[in-house]
Unconditional design. Sequence first.
Length: 309
Amino acid sequence: MARPIVKNRTILETILTIENLNKKYGKVHAVKNVSFEIKKGNVYGILGPNGSGKSTTLGIILNVVNKTSGEYRWFDGKTDTHQALKKVGAIIERPNFYPYMTAEENLKLVCDIKGIHYDKVEEKLQVVGLLERKDSQFRTFSLGMKQRLAIASALLNDPEILILDEPTNGLDPQGIRQIRDIIKHIASLGTTILLASHLLDEVEKVCSHVVVLRKGEILYSGSVHEIMANEGFFELQSDNNAELKTLLQNHDAVDSIEEEDGKIYVYLKSPFASEDLNRYLFQKGIILQHLVKRKHSLEEQFLQLTNHQ
Ligand code: ADP
Ligand code: MG
């Protein structure tokens, strides 16, 4: 059942390369010079508010939306899109199956169409936690179960990459949780994943890499870990804020300082432990009344990114 391991490379294989992609719908420039690369085994999130060009980008690489300019290459770049898409599993619309057929019957039908062995049906129903419900008619499923069946269907041909557009939209908290757990499970089995979402916590919880889009433009692209791994900032108060600012302005670890409502915010560019800062200031004759070290969450950083442009 497992596919043979063909190559064992130390460098991650490229699944998809996107270069300077543009899409214009008349006057609307929906995707602007977007470039990024998808490597095997990672989980990528395209994160951005509604209308930022996520679905358009997915539509282009899946060959259902025509690009205006730019390039995208699947795998080694030698495979044509039609062939390449046979190794891609994608759900970009609301799942739709035959309502009066069971989960199993619906998936067997997909197997017939795509020339896939029926063995895969139970295997994939298991992956999405629907094996016990295989004999239930599709129409009896909750939205979350319908979405899970769609994921099972997209996995039938053991794709190299699974692409999902807003996979948890419209689901209740339990359904959201189940879908996220399933995505993480599929990733742990080695399938590369690309998902579009307007939900920060979704990307933070599920993805290893993120492309932040706003109005069709990339604001950030890189690992989720790195966007989180900033040095943070101090929130300080003393009886001599003016002197405090002067002292810290010249410190090597300090990037910038802001003052608001009597509090001094000290943004760091390199590590600076609270106890070291406290000792340093004490030795210079400054007694702190207030000292808190904070770090921006992905959400705050995302809001900063999107506000500052
Ligand atoms: P997202 O998926 O991030 O919400 P979309 O890719 O759907 O964003 O849309 C990006 C922009 O392109 C929006 O301004 C949207 O109104 C516009 N757009 C999307 N599809 C079409 C279309 N078929 N015709 C005209 N404009 C479109
Ligand atoms: Mg969309």
